[in-house]
Structures are given as structure tokens and as C-alpha cells.
Design a protein around this ligand. Sequence first.
Ligand code: AP5
Length: 192
Amino acid sequence: MLNLLIFGPPGSGKGTQSVRLAEKFNLIHLSTGDMLRAEIASGTELGKRMSAIMAKGELVPDEVVIEMIASKIDSAKGFSGFLYDGFPRTVEQAVALEKMLGRRGMKIDSMLVLEVDHDELVKRLILRAEQSGRPDDKNPAVIENRIDVYKEKTEPIINYFKKKGVYQPVNGVGAIDDIFMRLSEKIEIFFK
Ligand code: AP5
């Protein structure tokens, strides 16, 4: 089973590209953001506790998302692998994921990092706020905080995985189809 990380700051296109890549390569798309929003939409106790944290653009506690991912990995059958979107987001989450995979005889095969400049990120998220209205896109200060949290807590994971030889930067600016092709080329190698 392949284990691929799609990585990048808020608005870099992780979700957009993951849906298409998962379909093309028969992967399970595991988005911790989507899982948390589903908890909120269902009105669960967990969702209620997490919604205030997410509305501020802060990270929810590591153990919450690690638990969510572990339960999904064990229920997966008949797929070529996993595509992790928005997870891991801290070095602690990265270490936990590696341990989780190690116990099951797997490892991270590739970390695909979408590179998008700050102004383009903000532009995309403000546009999405007008169209679909995700609460954490509505306030420009929250968008900036999400980008700051990414830089402070999430970006250090890049160095962590660089040392393991799985880091693959991808230009995330341009037409969605072109970026999809750039990412696909990096994944096709595993199917040859
Ligand atoms: P999450 O849902 O992961 O959000 P995010 O990282 O802020 O990322 P986005 O969904 O905003 O961006 P994306 O990179 O997926 O881009 P997208 O394809 O959507 O997390 C939300 C919150 O949940 C976090 O802040 C945190 O509180 C919590 N959380 C989640 N996971 C966690 C974890 N592991 N640990 C702790 N807390 C966690 O695209 C964005 C927009 O741009 C879309 O409108 C899209 O149509 C558009 N777009 C995409 N590509 C292009 C392009 N090439 N050109 C123009 N527009 C484009």
C-alpha cells in the first residue's frame, strides 16, 4: 500500500488535487479537515469542542486527528494506498503517523509539497469565502493566522521528511489541470 502526503499551506490546492488524484490512482483520500468538518456538521460532542478552535485558524489537539487517521487506516480494503491531505500538521503528528505505519509494515513513500506564494493563497481563500462560505475563510485575520500557524508548526515537517528522502516540491501555481499533471507524474513512478 502506497502512503502519499499532499502538503502545502492553506489554499495551496491540497483538497482540490486530492479528490482527482485519489480517483485516478485508486487511493483513499484522508483529509483531517473534512473529517473534522463532518463532526461539526453532525453535531457530535467532538465537533462542538473542535469548531471554536478551527474558527480561529488554530490546530486541534494532535491526539484527536491521530485517532481519526488510525481508525481509517484499519478499515481500508481494496485500494492502492492512502493520500493524506492536511495531515500531519505537526512534527508530533508526523512521528505518530510513521509509528502507525511502521506497526503495519508500511512507510511514507512520498511527500508532495505544493508551492504557492502568499498573495495567491489569500486571493484563493477570499474568493472561496464569497462562493462557498467556509467559516475559517470569512475573516482575513483568520486566513493570515492559518498561514502563520502553517509556517510555525507545519512547515518544519518538510525538513523532517527531507532527511528521509521523500520530499518532492511541486509548483502549485497555474491551471488546476496542469498542477494535476505535475503531481500525477510524481505518483506514476510508483505504478511502473
Ligand atoms: P483544512 O481543511 O486542512 O484546511 P487548510 O489546510 O486550511 O486548507 P484548505 O482546505 O483551505 O486549502 P487546500 O490546500 O486544501 O486548498 P483547496 O484545494 O481547498 O483544515 C482546516 C482546519 O481544521 C485547520 O485550520 C485546523 O483547525 C483543523 N485541522 C485540520 N487538520 C488538522 C490536523 N492534522 N491537525 C490539527 N488541526 C487540523 O483550494 C482552496 C481554494 O483555491 C478553493 O476554492 C479552490 O477551488 C481554489 N484553487 C485550488 N487550486 C487552484 C488553482 N490552481 N488556481 C486557482 N484556484 C485554485
